[in-house]
Design a protein around this ligand. Structure first.
Ligand SMILES: [Cu+2]
Length: 401
């Protein structure tokens, strides 16, 4: 039987009980539900499923007690924003690759097929697995030749934010990474109501080229889950909910990720859950290359809050095309010219048409896209009514990621 994303969610939800009763959480204020759970002698709070906007989950089937995943490394044509076509490499039709979501204690088998035109092997970043399963070509195994496959199998005794990626450096820069989320049997406390995963990537794409230049040292497209602002999908939460966002970086630059309007705590790294208590509040966390950072906060303040890399060049799209008098003459912002011709400092570029009509942007004001570029998304802290409206629309569209 093939287990879909939906059946995984159902399984988690049936275990979750009160942990997902978000409406009650909002009604009682920040942290109330978590505090109740901590005192309760009832069923242990179970983790909520992770949501990875714009990236699908990888389905699995059961072979006895083993969860069997099939993953194909292959070229993937994608778009960072509508119309910006990119010939990247990814897995099973997605860049980044589909999210593998499992639980501590699971026995997993991943059958990897190499659909690339060159040899390849995938590494399980942070996982403590037997050396034969480590995925390092030439060391732990021969590279997987084009058209061939290799089967990895191991038991998971960790939990946290992990990821898989090609262990060929230039293939990493073609996009070959995916999340590997391992939930604990019992949710870490205080339990979160929402759990998101975002992969941070940088790309070098010359104008009129669709193939990333993996040798370049200057990066002009910066993405979250394979999308650049304003095509990133906002993270929508109810006011009062406790939220976890898992940030993973694989590329050539480090990214200081900043959240507006709230303070958060870093509760985990690429090695799993950090030891509490978490006493250092921050609103900007540096996510270095090959690192993961889990941040958690209570969404206290209603509003549409930016979550973005704070490196100025990472807050723009294809920056060389924006320089000088070219900027401001075309498209939606025709007629808006920089106050000083020849200087690129004015980056205001409304481009609402690039955001589409996805449920997660319902209610945003016209021209909300004017400064939404690069490695940037929104955390929308909304009241229950708007939340339910967005969820209903997502359900109508069959959206689960
Ligand atoms: Cu950055």
């Amino acid at each position: 039987m093939v287990r879909s994303r939906r059946s995984f969610l159902t399984g988690l939800a049936s275990l979750a009980g009160a942990a997902t009763a978000g409406g009650a959480v909002a009604a009682r204020g920040p942290g109330a539900e978590q505090a109740r759970q901590a005192r309760s002698d009832g069923p242990a709070p179970r983790p909520v499923p992770v949501v990875t906007p714009d990236v699908p989950h990888l389905p699995f089937e059961m072979a006895g007690a083993v969860k069997v995943f099939r993953l194909r490394a292959e070229p993937v044509r994608t778009e960072f924003v509508p119309g910006r076509v990119v010939d990247a490499w990814g897995f099973s039709g997605s860049v980044p690759g589909p999210t593998i979501e499992v639980s501590e204690g699971d026995r997993v088998r991943v059958i990897i097929e190499n659909g690339l035109p060159e040899p390849f092997a995938p590494h399980w970043h942070g996982l403590e697995v037997p050396i034969a399963m480590d995925g390092v070509p030439g060391i732990s195994q021969p590279p997987i030749a084009p058209g061939e496959s290799f089967t990895y199998e191991f038991t998971l005794h960790q939990n946290g934010t992990f990821f898989y990626h090609s262990h060929m450096a230039m293939q990493e820069m073609m996009g070959m990474i995916g999340l590997f989320i391992i939930h604990p049997a019992r949710a870490h406390e205080p339990a979160v109501n929402r759990d998101f995963g975002l992969i941070l990537q940088g790309w070098a794409l010359l104008p009129n080229n669709t193939v990333p230049n993996t040798l370049a040292m200057e990066f002009n497209w910066l993405t979250m889950n394979g999308k650049a602002g304003p095509a990133t999908t906002p993270l929508v939460v109810r006011r009062g909910e406790r939220v976890r966002i898992r940030l993973v970086n694989l590329g050539m630059d480090h990214h200081p990720i900043h959240l507006h309007g709230h303070q958060f705590h870093v509760t985990g790294t690429e090695a799993g859950r950090a030891a509490g208590p978490f006493t250092m509040a921050e609103n900007t966390v540096l996510v270095g290359v090959a690192q993961a950072r889990d941040i958690e906060f209570v969404a206290t303040y209603p509003g549409d809050w930016m979550l973005h890399c704070h490196l100025p060049h990472h807050m723009m799209n294809q920056m060389q095309a924006m320089v000088g008098p070219m900027h401001g003459e075309f498209g939606e912002h025709a007629g808006h010219r920089p106050p000083t011709p020849g200087f690129p400092q004015d980056m205001w570029t409304p481009m609402d048409h690039l955001a589409g009509d996805k449920p997660e942007i319902v209610g945003l004001p016209p021209q909300w896209t004017g400064a939404m570029m690069g490695m940037m998304t929104l955390v929308r802290v909304v009241e229950p009514e708007l939340f339910e409206r967005i969820e209903r629309r997502r359900a109508e569209l069959g959206r689960t990621s």
